[in-house]
Design a protein around this ligand. Sequence first.
Ligand code: UDP
Ligand code: MG
Length: 155
Amino acid sequence: MAIQQTLILIKPDGLKRRLTGLSIDRLDASGLEMVAARVVSVSDALAREHYKSLSDKPFFANLIRYIRGEFHGFKDSRVLALVYRGEDAIKRVRAIAGATNPEQAEPGTLRGSFGRITTEGQFENVIHASSDPADAEREVALWFKPEEILAAPQG
Ligand code: UDP
Ligand code: MG
């Protein structure tokens, strides 16, 4: 199994509800390594680029509002962006996150424990995690400059 890097975002609901430390605890307990971290104010352009494959979905407009913090009272939108690295990191972080729909996510996953569906139907699911190697590579490069990511040990 390959060493992978994967992008994680603690979304605005996660920050507002003080789930940042708990989320990092779960990620650290996996044995994967945190190799980059940044608090990011999410511009409209960054939000749209990040979620561009979903631009034709009916929930896209509200998804952009959600990831920019509009539903969580942030004047300056903000997420915590992280990169974790390790063996099979993409799948392992997805397993910690749980299924996209918080009602279907296993209890004990971050989304299963702390996600919710709003009365408008928005999935507020605490955390983003890259879904496959192509997505992970694109997303890590979108949120981080190469020099912001700890170099892999040589040899
Ligand atoms: N989402 C939503 N309603 C849906 C599907 C997705 O609100 O029916 C939101 C949800 O916050 C999700 C994000 O859009 O995390 C991105 O969707 P994707 O299908 O990529 O799920 P993920 O990869 O985050 O599990
Ligand atoms: Mg996805």
